[in-house]
Design a binder for this molecule. Structure first.
Ligand code: C5P
Length: 225
């Protein structure tokens, strides 16, 4: 008998978490929740509205007045901010450069974690982020910590960006990714950290299909328990 479980996928920037998480959710018919998109959405709205992103208070009151909606679609998850489709805008280099600062604020995280836990009440979820196994869903039946070398991650991000018409040199992406990893790992509140009971998967020399297969295999074992 199979059952819905919670799968937490954490890891550093551009490790392929969302591509993999989306595929797993499709295969298992689970709900996919991209928590990075939520922090990106708040960052985008803050930048558009000229909100001081060093202020926890200003950001939390902005978040309290914001309706965030994640909607699955055949082409991926659509992100609505106050009813407006901002799926593309939240991936802009400007949002990417500022999101770690926004995500470091304690009260911002409290509100986001509350929203994320509510979204995970559906049976069967795959949630990806930085603190899913450690803080958001510490009771997840399967926790994965996905890594890849910074070089490999920069190349993957470069190819992904090219498809969207964004042309950034690999070396520059490498520096940006390394800086985001540093900021996410060194922040005080819920830093990026492997949960003690997480399975580590280094995807540097693996194909997407191989990673998906490995995680599905682990999930099937957990579902049988
Ligand atoms: O996953 P993605 O790269 O889109 O995440 C963007 C940023 O959002 C991360 O660099 C991190 O600062 C923040 N984040 C977080 N906690 C999560 C998910 C993302 O702090 N659970």
């Amino acid at each position: 008998m199979s059952k819905g479980i919670k799968i937490a996928i954490d890891g550093p920037a551009a490790a392929g978490k969302s591509t993999i998480a989306k595929r797993i959710a499709e295969k298992l018919d689970f709900t996919y929740i991209d928590t990075g998109a939520m922090y990106r959405a708040l960052t985008h709205k803050a930048l558009v509205n000229d909100i001081n992103i060093t202020s926890d208070h200003e950001l939390t009151s902005l978040l309290e007045q914001t309706e965030l909606r994640l909607q699955p679609s055949p082409t991926g998850q659509i992100v609505f901010i106050d009813g407006l489709d901002c799926t593309e805008e939240i991936r802009s280099p400007q949002v990417t450069a500022n999101v770690s600062e926004v995500a470091a604020h304690e009260n911002v995280r409290h509100l986001m974690v509350d929203k994320q836990r509510k979204l995970a009440l559906a049976t069967g979820v795959v949630m990806d982020g930085r603190d899913i196994g450690t803080a958001v869903l510490p009771d997840a039946e399967l926790k994965v910590f996905m890594t890849a070398s910074v070089e490999e991650r920069a190349i993957r991000r470069h190819l992904e960006d090219e498809k969207r018409g964004i042309h950034t040199p690999v070396e520059q992406l490498k520096a940006q990714i390394a800086e985001r990893d540093r900021a996410d790992s060194e922040r005080i509140v819920s830093p990026l950290k492997k949960a003690e009971d997480a399975v580590v998967i280094d995807t540097t020399s693996m194909t997407i299909d191989e990673v998906v297969e490995e995680i599905i295999g682990l999930a099937e074992k957990r579902m049988k328990k």
